[in-house]
Design a protein around this ligand. Structure first.
Ligand SMILES: [Zn+2]
Length: 99
């Protein structure tokens, strides 16, 4: 079993899979004939996946230090926009440009 550093990392990995599944479901529903049963089923699936994504974001994708929900850029962000701590290690990120 794969080990995760914390809930945030776990949630982000799950979210990545779900987002891919949502995109695939969305694309597949667009490729199927309009108003067919298959399209309705695929659209329902896409909506369910999308809602699951949102639930996952609110459950796991929050800063481990200050609890802020990371909504935008959850895949790219390395530090919390509010408290500027690393989302994985919890260490304070260096601020300022001088080394
Ligand atoms: Zn934070």
């Amino acid at each position: 079993m794969k080990k995760y550093e914390n809930d945030f990392v776990y949630g982000r990995e799950r979210l990545r899979i779900l987002l891919v599944a949502t995109a695939v479901g969305c694309a597949a529903s667009l490729l199927t004939p309009q108003y067919s049963l298959v399209q309705v089923a695929l659209m329902c699936l896409t909506v369910v996946l999308f809602v699951t994504c949102l639930a996952l974001i609110f459950k796991y994708c929050r800063c481990p230090n200050c609890g802020k929900v990371i909504f935008l850029g959850v895949m790219a962000l390395k530090s919390c926009p509010r408290c500027h701590r690393n989302l994985v290690t919890g260490k304070k990120m260096k601020t300022g440009k001088s080394k």
